[in-house]
Every structure is written in C-alpha cells, then in structure tokens.
Design a protein around this ligand. Structure first.
Ligand SMILES: NC(=O)c1ccc[n+]([C@@H]2O[C@H](COP(=O)([O-])OP(=O)(O)OC[C@H]3O[C@@H](n4cnc5c(N)ncnc54)[C@H](O)[C@@H]3O)[C@@H](O)[C@H]2O)c1
Ligand SMILES: [Zn+2]
Length: 516
C-alpha cells in the first residue's frame, strides 16, 4: 500500500512526506519531481513550452506508474487529484492522507506567497482563500485528514502513522476481537468494520455530552441513527436500558445488525448490556471516548447497569466485535475526567508494567500519550485473556485499589470521582500490604509520589470511617461474606484473595480519613 500525502500549498506534503518515509523506511516520491525527471525540464518550463494539457497528461502517466509500485510515500502535486481518474488510479493501491492548516499559517509558511505561481498577484491571501474554497469539498472527501496547524513535523508523522497503522491488540477468548488504538480512527470506521467482516453500525448510542462533540458528526458520516441518553452514572439503570430497546426497535435494528457505543464506560456498559439482551443478543462495537473507558471499561466484555442497591449488580458478559479507541477524541475530555482515568493507568502499571509505572512517576504534568495508553491496555488485555469470565482469580488483580476505593467513593456520596477514590484506595491498600509485610518497604511512598504528580488525591480527610467500611461490605465482589483484597507486592506484582485483619483495616482507614 502506498501512502499519498495531499493538500493545499505549504500544507507540508513534501516535508512531512520525507519524514514519514524516513520513519517507515520507505521510498519517498514527489510527483512534481517525478514529472520533471520524466521530461527532463522544470515544470514552469514544461508549462511554457508545451502548455498545461501536456503537463496534465504527463502527470496522469506518472500517477499510473506510481500506482503500479508498492510501499511508497508519495507527495502528490496540488492539481493531480482534481482529476478523478488520477485519484481512482492512486487510491486503487494507496491511501490518501489530506493535510491542512489554517490559511494564516499556510501564508506564513509560504513567506506571504512569494515564489508560488498559484498565488501570484497583488493579494496572495485572497488568492489562497479562493483556492481553499474551490478545493474544500475535494479536501473534505478524504477520510484521513490531518490538521498540521501548530504541529511539529514529528507530531504530524506520529499522527499519520497511528491513522494508517493503529496499534492492534487481539483478544482470543472467549471470542476473538481486536482493540485498535490510534489517531483519526473513527474517521475510517466503516473501513475498519468492513476489513473485519463486521457490518458497520446502524445505530450509535451516546450521551448528551458526547453527542454534540463527536456523536452527531460520526453518525452522520456513517449514515447511522444516533441514540442519545442522559449522561452520568445515575442514568446507568434499567430504565435507560428500556429506552435503548425502544430506540433499537424504532431504528429497525435486526438480529444481524451492529450497534455501537460511543462514549465513556457508562455508555459502553449500557450499550453492551442492551446488545447482549436485545433479540437475545446482537453484535456491538465499542468506541470509547474517555481515558478510563479506553484503558479499562471497554476491554473484557463486562456489561451491565446499576441497581439502587449497588453498582453493576445486573449485567452480562458480551464481548464486543471490535473496540476502536481514537486518541483524537480525548481532546475534548475535561481535565478532571482525564485525571480520574489516570488512576486506572497507575493501577495498570502496578499490576503488570513496571516501565509504565516509572514513566508515570517521571511525568512533568498530567499528560497522556499513545504509549502510556497502549501499555495500560496491554496490562488489562493480558489479564482478561488469562481469565475471561473471572473464574481463576487472575481478573481479581484488577480490583487493586478498588476494595477500599469503592468504599471511599460511596462514602463521599460520589462527590469524589471514581479515579480519585481509586487513588486513595491504592494508597491505603499499599499501606496495608506494607504493614502486613507483603509489600516491599517504600512501595506506598512510591505510589503516593506517582499519584501526586498527576494531581490525584492520596487521602480523604473528614470522610467518616464507618461509612467507608460499611460501603466496602456491600461490594458485590466480596466472597464468603469476607472481604478479599488484591494487594500490591511490588511494582508489577499483585497478590489476590488476601484477607485483612479488621483492626489493621480500620487503623488504615482512620489514617486516610485523618480521623482519630
Ligand atoms: N465493563 C467494565 O469492565 C468496566 C470497567 C471499569 C469501569 N466500568 C464502568 O465505567 C463507568 C465509568 O466510565 P467513565 O469514567 O468513562 O464515565 P462516563 O461514561 O460517565 O464518562 C465520564 C464523563 O465524560 C463525558 N465524556 C465522555 N467522553 C467525552 C469526550 N471525549 N469529551 C468530553 N466529554 C466526554 C461523559 O459524558 C461523562 O460526563 C462506570 O460506570 C464503571 O462501572 C466498567
Ligand atoms: Zn475502576
């Protein structure tokens, strides 16, 4: 497959193309240079001596030649793809990535237009605006687009790489599906589905927050019906599931159809559950848009809703047919949601990836990147593979920080975000593990340092200890009425099924609540 860079003048086709080719170890070809090589003279000269028609003919011949080759990075001259034959020829063996930038930045990169024949004249800005307008529909017709405004060449290259070759995680048990992670992926959803023999979704379920940001445009682009439900955990109920069933019926969702969840863990859990039960089960794909959903909730096929008596009390295992985590969607996520999701990333590091934990411990500020997310996904993938139905205890490792964390979350009346409560739980459980002699000394301090770097809380001053303790007991994960903890041993190692002495537990809860 060739990668073809296209876009307005100064959008970076050639510079980015060279860097991309270097990164991928591919050969780079610039169509204008190829034309000049073919005729043995410069393009302006060719225009002057033989006219535009001759130039276009040679351009088409060059396109046909390049399309016959494979594995190239091609920077495509501005006029080349105006010709639909050229486009079809090149797209038969390649993918076009259309670069863009703000007009002001384009002009700046072109030194105000000097030396660009297309912009010749007294008002280059106006000429450029005209050109952009005339070609707008063409530019927008490419599924893969990268706005290069304010981005370094390396950043643009990163983005193109993850668009064209996302990181792929494969789950085999109990049914096979893939988790794709990369930039710009939701712009190519139908292709991603077709390539896996999945019918593109006929409905997209999302919440009120995500609908205007991402849902409407995605549903429109793929011709699906958008179903929106109110946002938030309080709506993760059977009442909302009933609404989903009705909306599926309205939209004519049949047995062979696919439904999509677009949103955080709440939308994923509910849509998956509705898909598990509607018509005794239809296919679903999960398009997580929060960090927490990308690294945790979207992986492993657990679906369900809350009851008034407790969280996640009703549900089913129903594996998605595909998970697509599009990093670009995190751009709109509020910082506190990002921070909350980071608690699960820290958890993943402690459970199974020391390097991830070290990276987090060295973060200058709250930042996530593809590598951090990929590492966290890999930890969860390995665990759900080893224990798809939560039978062997392997999956219990994921409860790290959650036994106490859930208690803290509930006792705060859900004032604390899930990830904030988990951060507190991680610290408290590390403290318990150290005092029991299970964990290496200093582990708690290291966890505190990592969590503080991302501005996550490490204690919950003032929360009533009996309320935390009571809320822990209604955790559905308790077995035999006795709490079983997952406790950290060192970074990268966790033990499960540990019973904790009640007096020690209360002592530590008092410490995190600063109670006497
Ligand atoms: N199934 C599992 O294995 C599993 C694992 C962990 C958690 N969960 C569940 O996940 C849920 C928590 O998930 P969550 O933290 O994603 O909560 P969420 O779905 O409520 O999303 C958090 C908030 O972010 C908003 N949002 C989502 N994407 C956005 C975006 N790109 N831009 C702007 N706003 C956006 C949402 O509207 C919501 O207000 C809980 O219900 C939990 O039980 C499930
Ligand atoms: Zn969690």
């Amino acid at each position: 497959l060739n990668l073809i860079l296209y876009g307005p003048p100064a959008s970076g086709k050639t510079t980015v193309g060279r860097a991309l080719a270097r990164r991928l170890g591919r050969e780079f070809v610039d169509t204008d240079e190829a034309i000049e090589a073919r005729v043995g003279t410069s393009i302006p000269n060719l225009f002057a001596t033989r006219g535009e028609a001759a130039f276009r003919e040679i351009e088409s011949a060059v396109c046909r030649d390049l399309a016959r080759r494979n594995g190239l990075v091609i920077a495509c001259g501005g006029g080349a793809l105006l010709n639909t034959d050229n486009r079809a020829t090149l797209e038969a063996t390649g993918r076009v990535i259309c670069l863009s930038a703000d007009p002001a930045e384009l002009l700046k990169r072109m030194n105000g237009g000097s030396g660009r024949p297309l912009l010749a004249g007294s008002d280059p800005a106006a000429r450029l605006a005209q050109l952009l307008e005339a070609r707008r529909a063409l530019y927008e017709s490419f599924a893969l687009r990268v706005d290069t405004t304010g981005k370094s060449i390396e950043e643009v290259v990163d983005r193109i790489v993850s668009m064209t070759s996302p990181t792929v995680f494969r789950i085999e048990e109990p049914t096979a599906y893939e988790i794709l992670l990369g930039h710009g992926l939701l712009d190519q959803l139908p292709d991603l589905c077709h390539a896996r023999d999945i019918r593109p979704p006929s409905v997209v379920v999302t919440d009120d927050n995500v609908a205007p940001l991402h849902g409407e445009s995605i549903a429109e682009a793929i011709g699906a019906c958008l179903i929106r439900v109110p946002a938030g955990e309080v709506h993760k109920t059977l009442d909302t599931i009933r609404l989903l069933y009705a909306a599926f019926l309205d939209a004519g969702v049949e047995r062979g159809a696919t439904v999509a969840a677009l949103g955080g863990g709440v939308i994923g859990d509910m849509t998956g559950f509705a898909a598990a039960t509607y018509l005794r089960g239809v296919k679903w794909i999960n398009l997580p848009t929060t960090l927490l959903a990308m690294v945790d909730a979207s992986i492993g096929g657990k679906t369900g809703v809350d009851l008034p008596q407790g969280k996640n009390l009703v549900g089913a295992f129903h594996m998605p047919a595909l998970v697509v985590a599009d990093l670009d969607r995190l751009a709109t996520l509020p910082a506190d949601e990002l921070r909350s999701g980071m608690a699960e990333v820290v958890k993943a590091g402690i459970i199974g990836d020391g390097q991830l934990f070290h990276r987090l411990s060295a973060l200058p500020e709250l930042t996530v990147d593809a590598d951090i997310i990929a590492r966290a996904i890999a930890v969860k993938v390995a665990i759900v593979q080893a224990d798809p139905f939560e039978r062997t205890g392997e999956r219990a490792k994921l409860n790290l920080g959650h036994t106490i964390g859930h208690g803290v979350e509930a006792a705060s009346g859900f004032r604390l975000k899930h990830g904030e409560a988990i951060a507190v739980g991680l610290v408290a459980e590390a403290c318990i593990a150290e005092r029991m002699g299970l964990a290496v000394p200093g582990l708690e301090d290291r966890m505190v340092a990592a969590l503080q770097r991302i501005d996550l809380p490490i204690d919950c001053p003032g929360l009533p200890v009996d309320a935390i303790r009571a809320a822990m007991s209604t955790d559905k994960k308790k077995q035999d009425r006795r709490l079983k903890f997952a406790l950290p041993v060192r970074v990268g190692e966790v033990v499960t099924g540990v019973e904790v002495d009640e007096a020690l537990l209360i002592e530590v809860l008092k410490e995190i609540a600063h109670a006497r």
